[in-house]
Design a protein around this ligand. Structure first.
Ligand code: GDP
Ligand code: MG
Length: 294
């Protein structure tokens, strides 16, 4: 292996809605993680993998954590701690419009003692008055960051310099993942996230938070993909809402998801959805394990 190669794990942390998914998507140049105006749509630790010349970056997108009311939220905290421990670089993202929130302060405390490189990204600077930016940078520079970077992930045209900064902090290492591991495993996972995103976009109240999606079967053909997925809910009444009158809601959810999967894979998607019920799964340790919230 060529000794110029760099690879490593970059853990992205920040409050829900600060732009973590937007960053991943922009860096990867593809829709690999989900973006939605609603907070907490990303519950899983997503591994988006960027492959460049002499470079492989594995991004761990942490879920936002809430009050530890449910068992699920404790799991989220565990994810964050594990993701931090395994990282070569921590990327703390905050929203210039709201910094510092209680969440920011908790996070800064959590990462304060970790002795690995850390970058702070002050995002959404397009939303604030220019003169308010500098004082926020001053605050962030008081923390133990290697670099503090103001940015607008939505407006900034060229984020290549930022990618170069990340790369500077990564170790020389051969790639962790070979080409054969990169194709279908992430796609299977992205299919799952796309279906979840559609649930978040199209249903209200407790349905998004009571649902989880498991892809049971993912078959990749030269010009199509066939996917079977289960949508798990907590109550029968939720199932009726998700299906809609004459199956109308679930049909449009399926078609939207198929369209999104097409955008990523470039292949026609045939999606079969099954709706299942597991009462109070969010509070059950076994169910959480079964659904991959380990
Ligand atoms: P996450 O919850 O941290 O993953 O946040 P998302 O990436 O899903 O972004 C939340 C919302 O903020 C989305 O509607 C984004 O389009 C928006 N957003 C992200 N970055 C910026 C930015 O630089 N400026 C503005 N105005 N909006 C942004
Ligand atoms: Mg997100």
């Amino acid at each position: 292996m060529d000794n110029k190669f760099k690879s490593g794990f970059v853990t992205i942390i920040g409050k829900p809605n600060v732009g973590k998914s937007t960053l991943m998507n922009r860096l990867l140049g593809e829709k690999l993680s989900i973006v939605s105006p609603k907070p907490q749509t990303t519950r899983h630790q997503i591994k988006g993998i960027l492959n460049g010349e002499d470079l492989q970056i594995i991004f761990l997108d942490t879920p936002g954590f809430l009050e530890p009311r449910y068992e699920l939220h404790n799991r989220m905290m565990d994810y964050i701690k594990i993701a931090l421990k395994d990282a070569d670089l921590i990327l703390f993202i905050t929203d210039a419009n709201h910094f510092p929130t209680d969440y920011d302060q908790q996070m800064l405390k959590l990462i304060g003692n970790i002795k690995i490189p850390k970058l702070a990204l002050l995002n959404k600077i397009d939303l604030v008055e220019p003169e308010t930016i500098e004082p926020l940078l001053v605050e962030l520079r008081k923390e133990d960051f290697d670099k503090v970077i103001p940015i607008s992930l939505l407006v900034e045209k060229d984020i290549a310099p930022f990618l170069d900064t990340i790369t500077t902090y990564l170790p020389y290492n051969p790639p962790y993942y070979g080409p054969e591991e990169l194709s279908d495993l992430p796609l299977r996972f992205f299919a799952q996230e796309i279906i979840r995103e559609q649930i978040f976009l199209n249903f209200r109240d407790e349905i998004p938070y009571s649902s989880t999606v498991m892809v049971e079967n993912y078959q990749d053909f030269p010009n199509k993909v066939e996917i079977d997925a289960n949508i798990w809910l907590e109550r029968k009444s939720q199932k009726i809402i998700l299906i809609g009158k004459g199956g109308e809601k679930i049909k449009s959810l399926r078609m939207n998801a198929e369209r999104e999967i097409y955008k990523i894979t470039g292949k026609r998607a045939k999606l079969t959805l099954w709706i299942k019920i597991k009462p109070n799964w969010r509070k059950k340790k076994n169910a959480l394990k079964e659904f991959g919230y380990q």
